[in-house]
Design a protein around this ligand. Structure first.
Ligand SMILES: [Zn+2]
Length: 66
């Protein structure tokens, strides 16, 4: 199933059988992290946290909760 990135309008292919609510996927086009807030219907919201460019900085970001 494809959704459109809310940030850049790039179509993102998400396999709803392999994701759950609360998971995050990343937009290949703009790199934004998108949290799956609903699987049926498929709905994503962009995460705009400090871990913006989290290629290898995720271990530097303090995350108390998951
Ligand atoms: Zn995007």
């Amino acid at each position: 199933m494809a959704v459109v990135c809310p940030e850049c309008d790039n179509p993102i292919d998400v396999d709803v059988d392999e994701v759950e609510e609360g998971e995050t996927v990343q937009c290949d086009e703009c790199g934004v992290d998108l949290e799956i807030v609903s699987v049926e219907p498929l709905q994503l919201v962009a995460l705009e946290e400090s871990g913006y460019d989290d290629e290898d900085t995720s271990h530097l970001v303090e995350e108390e909760d998951e």
